[in-house]
Every structure is written in structure tokens, then in C-alpha cells.
Design a protein around this ligand. Structure first.
Ligand code: HEM
Length: 488
């Protein structure tokens, strides 16, 4: 008897709950709370309204405004957390057991291979989504004014995303993982090229220190696996979660998403009384209730990301090569794809490519909101016609310069090949990577001089940097073979 009654009571309770949510939503949408007390009660009871203003600008809901990329990054982060917790149930972080436990997840655990594959593709997807989201934020000028802080939090999230993905790479303990992480750790330790050139390594060795910190020794072993595991499942996800919460809080504090200055006059057919682009200020300003409109928009992005990684997991399995063998180096040993651009630069100069240029790029990106303080044309893709022209010109310039340097280096060689005795210090300063970086900076300065606009100069720099990342990564990914030689 009992066994029969229980499910019906459960279903009855569930129905009542759904009905009450529906009733409250309808009631709230039809007649929003009018008193301050009612308003605060609605907000304090709703998780959704803790992160969204009750009313938002309709612009926020336009797919073209954000392309949903920030939410896509967040959704992939959630998928990674959920699948990561499931994988932790069976994974053992020990050199003896790691590979076998991954094998068990693939072969024995029900649905294990699918969960592992979803985790893998979501990790790659998140790196891509975060980079594209940064490009969307940049090209709509949404880093300016009070959003500078959120831009900087974003840069930290970008670095954390790369580290999260990289720290997970070692865990399967197969040949791919072992040698990719060996390369990554060598890149992190490439400070030594500089200290060796200066002859100070014996008493000042930051490269050795970083490598020691990362691996717990000179080589990848149990100590490294412990560190990578701890970083991957505890430190980096926690730090990312805190920063993501801060990122979302800042979006609310900054008055919602950035939007074009004259949008309100376009929508309402009259001028914006405040003339201020950032905040919803007057009652005349168009706005919609965030619940449920924003909820449906956000849910569709989450479902899209879930469907995409599940489909990818059904089509292509996550790789698992032979068990790691420290005595059998892979040739070519390649870093994960998102570090292949850096590995290509390292082949020109270890310090310049591994530390100098990536650091310069990160610092430049961080400094963009401080250097470009123009407030016109923010919220508009590419800042209008002049920006679109700058993007095209910068694209052509950077493709010619970058491809030219890569091809000439591959066919004619470089100083280091012509004069083998060249000093290491000179090579750090004058290599293919540094020449390309100087050319990009020169182009940015030229754009600034010609246009007098810091916004257009920033667009020129960002476009060049993006092209550089794509081209150097592509070379590392597709054109480099055994002994890092060109395959064509
Ligand atoms: C884990 C990584 C990240 C997550 C989960 C995330 C999430 C989001 C979300 C959901 C939004 C609002 C809607 C949207 O644009 O899609 C947003 C906006 C924003 N993000 Fe991110 N983001 C991340 C990384 C970054 C990075 C790398 C940057 C830049 C370097 C950045 C800078 C910003 C800024 C400035 C805004 C406000 C844009 C505006 O007002 O239009 N974020 N982010």
C-alpha cells in the first residue's frame, strides 16, 4: 500500500511546487511588486534576482550584443565542474594507478568514457569560448571607464582557464600528457636562457625555481602529479569560482552590459536626457523585466553548450595513448594546442618566446583600459566604420608580416643559423618573435599618430596580436613535424 502511495504523494507535491512557481511568476510579471517591502521580499527569495537587476535594458537580450560567449564560458565551467566531480570518484592520482584508473573509467565504469570525453571537449571549448568572449568585449569597447576593473578580472580568468586546462592535461598519465607537460614545464623554466646568458644562474635562477615549484623536481613524476592534481581539482576551480562571482557582481555594479550611447534615443525616438551611455537612469529609458526573459535567453545558451559538448563526445572520443614512458620521448613533443603558439616562439628564443612575449602580451592587454580612455563609440562593434577599416588594414599588415617572418625563417634561416656564434643575449633580443612583436607595436603607434585615436590604436594592436596568436598556433599545430622541423 505504502509503496503505491509514495510516488503519487511525490508527484502531487511536485505539481503543487511547479504550480506555485508558475503562479508567482505570472503574478509578478503581470503586476510587479509596488511597495519597497514587497520588492525586497521578491528579491531576497529569488536566486535569479541576486544576480540580475529586476529590470534590464532590452539591448541585453539581443544575441548580437554578446553572442552569448560569456555565458557559454560559464556554462562550460559548470559542465567541467559536474563531470570533473564524477571523474574524481574513480580517478587515482598516483603514477602507478593514474593510467589504469583512466582505462577503467573508459572501459568498465558505466558511462565513464562519455563523461570523460565531455569533460575533455568542454575544457577545450572553454579555452576557445573565453578567448572569443574577450575578443567580443574588446571589439565592442566594453572595457572602458568603470568596466576596467572587470576587464582586469577577466584577464585573470583567462590565465586561470589556461592553467585549469593545462593542469588537467597531465592526469591521464599517457604519453601525450607526459610529454606535453614536460614541454610546458620547460617553457615555464625558460628564464634560464636569460640567466645563463648573463652568467648568473648559479646564484639567481628564477627558471629553476618556477620549474621546481611546478614539478617538485627537475622532471615530471609523482610530485608533479600531486601538484597538478591539487591545482586542477581544488586551487584553480575555487579561485575561478570566486573570480567568476566577482565578475558577475561587477557587471551589475557597472549598470549591466555596455551599450551604444545613442541607443535609448533610437529606441524611444527621443534624446537620452542624461546623455550618459552607461546606466539606466530615467524612467523613460526602455527596460524589460529580467525574469523570465533573461532566464530563457540564458537557459538556451546553457542547453546549447550542453548539447554541443555531448554531440562532440558522441562523435569523437577523448584520446588516451600508451602509458607515459619517460625514456621514450615523443617526436615531435607538442604542448597542448593553446600553448603551441608559445612553443613556436620558444623555438626562436626560449626566454623571449616562453616568458618575454607572453608577459608583454598579458601586460599590454591589462593596460588597454588605462591607455585607451575614449568613451565615444563604446558598445558599438569595432567602434564603427573607422574601426572596421582599422581591423582590415591591421589584418592585412599582420598576416603579411607574420607569415613573411615565418616563411623567410623557414626557408632562408635566421641570424642564429647564419652566425652560429651569435651571443644568446642578442638572440633573445633579435629573433623572429621579437621582430614580429616590434612590428605590431610600430603599427599600433602609426595608427595612433595618423588617427589621433587611442581606441583605433588599441584595435590595431589587438587585431595584430590575435592574428599572431592564430598564425603561430597554426604553425605549431599543423606545420611542425619531427625535431620541430617544417613538414613542407
Ligand atoms: C571564465 C571566464 C569568463 C566568464 C565565465 C565570463 C562571463 C561573463 C558573462 C556571463 C558576461 C555577461 C554577458 C556576456 O558578455 O556574455 C561577461 C561580461 C564581461 N566580461 Fe567576462 N567572462 C570570462 C572571461 C572574461 C575575460 C577573459 C575578459 C576580458 C579580458 C572578460 C571581460 C568582461 C567584461 C569587461 C564584461 C562586461 C561587458 C559589457 O559590459 O558589455 N571576461 N563575462
Amino acid at each position: 500500500m505504502d509503496g503505491k502511495r509514495k510516488p503519487s504523494v511525490l508527484i502531487e507535491n511536485l505539481r503543487t511546487f511547479v504550480d506555485s512557481v508558475r503562479f508567482r511568476t505570472r503574478q509578478w510579471v503581470a503586476a510587479p511588486p509596488s511597495s519597497a517591502k514587497e520588492r525586497s521580499r521578491v528579491v531576497s527569495r529569488s536566486f535569479f534576482l541576486h544576480y540580475h537587476a529586476a529590470r534590464i535594458h532590452p539591448f541585453t537580450l539581443r544575441p548580437r550584443a554578446t553572442l552569448g560567449l560569456g555565458l557559454l564560458s560559464f556554462s562550460l565551467f559548470l559542465i567541467l565542474t559536474a563531470t570533473g566531480i564524477l571523474l574524481m570518484v574513480y580517478y587515482t592520482p598516483s603514477v602507478e594507478r593514474a593510467y589504469a584508473s583512466i582505462n577503467d573509467i573508459d572501459a568498465i565504469v558505466a558511462g565513464g568514457k562519455f563523461v570523460r570525453t565531455v569533460h575533455r571537449w568542454a575544457a577545450h571549448g572553454m579555452v576557445l569560448a573565453v578567448v572569443l568572449h574577450m575578443a567580443r568585449v574588446f571589439f565592442t569597447g566594453s572595457y572602458s571607464r568603470q568596466r576596467a576593473l572587470n576587464w582586469i578580472i577577466g584577464i585573470m580568468l583567462l590565465v586561470l582557464t589556461l592553467l585549469l586546462s593545462f593542469s588537467g592535461y597531465l592526469l591521464p598519465w599517457d604519453q601525450l600528457a607526459f610529454w606535453a607537460v614536460t614541454i610546458g614545464a620547460n617553457i615555464a623554466g625558460s628564464f634560464r636562457e636569460l640567466t645563463n646568458a648573463l652568467g648568473v644562474t648559479a646564484f639567481l635562477d628564477p627558471g629553476g625555481f618556477i620549474k621546481q615549484l611546478l614539478l617538485g623536481g627537475e622532471n615530471v613524476g609523482q610530485d608533479a602529479l600531486n601538484r597538478f592534481y591539487l591545482m586542477h581539482v581544488v586551487a584553480l576551480p575555487l579561485l575561478s569560482a570566486v573570480l567568476i562571482a566577482l565578475h558577475f557582481w561587477r557587471i551589475r555594479k557597472d549598470g549591466g552590459l555596455n551599450r551604444p550611447p545613442d541607443l535609448d534615443s533610437q529606441l524611444s525616438g527621443e534624446g537620452d536626457p542624461s546623455g550618459h551611455p552607461e546606466q539606466p537612469k530615467s524612467r523613460a529609458e526602455p527596460s524589460v523585466l529580467s525574469w523570465p526573459a533573461a532566464f530563457w535567453a540564458e537557459l538556451s545558451v546553457v542547453l546549447f553548450s550542453l548539447a554541443s559538448v555531448m554531440l562532440a563526445a558522441l562523435l569523437v572520443d577523448a584520446p588516451l595513448r600508451e602509458i607515459a614512458d619517460p625514456s621514450m620521448p615523443e617526436n615531435p613533443a607538442k604542448a597542448p594546442w593553446y600553448f603551441l603558439g608559445v612553443q613556436e616562439l620558444v623555438s626562436y628564443s626560449a626566454f623571449g618566446g616562453g616568458i618575454g612575449i607572453p608577459l608583454l602580451l598579458l601586460l599590454s592587454l591589462t593596460a588597454i583600459p588605462l591607455l585607451d580612455r575614449e568613451e565615444t563609440s563604446t558598445g558599438i562593434w569595432f567602434a564603427g566604420q573607422a574601426g572596421i577599416r582599422t581591423v582590415w588594414h591591421s589584418l592585412v599588415f599582420s598576416v603579411i608580416i607574420t607569415a613573411g617572418v615565418i616563411i623567410s625563417g623557414a626557408t632562408l634561416g635566421w641570424f642564429r643559423d647564419w652566425f652560429p656564434g651569435i651571443s644568446a643575449l642578442l638572440n633573445i633580443l633579435v629573433n623572429q618573435g621579437s621582430c614580429v612583436a616590434v612590428a605590431y607595436l610600430w603599427w599600433c603607434r602609426r595608427t595612433l599618430k595618423r588617427s589621433g585615436s587611442t581606441r583605433l590604436a588599441a584595435i590595431a594592436f589587438f587585431t595584430c596580436a590575435l592574428v599572431g596568436v592564430v598564425l603561430f598556433t597554426s604553425v605549431g599545430l599543423w606545420l611542425r613535424g619531427a625535431d620541430w622541423k617544417f613538414m613542407i
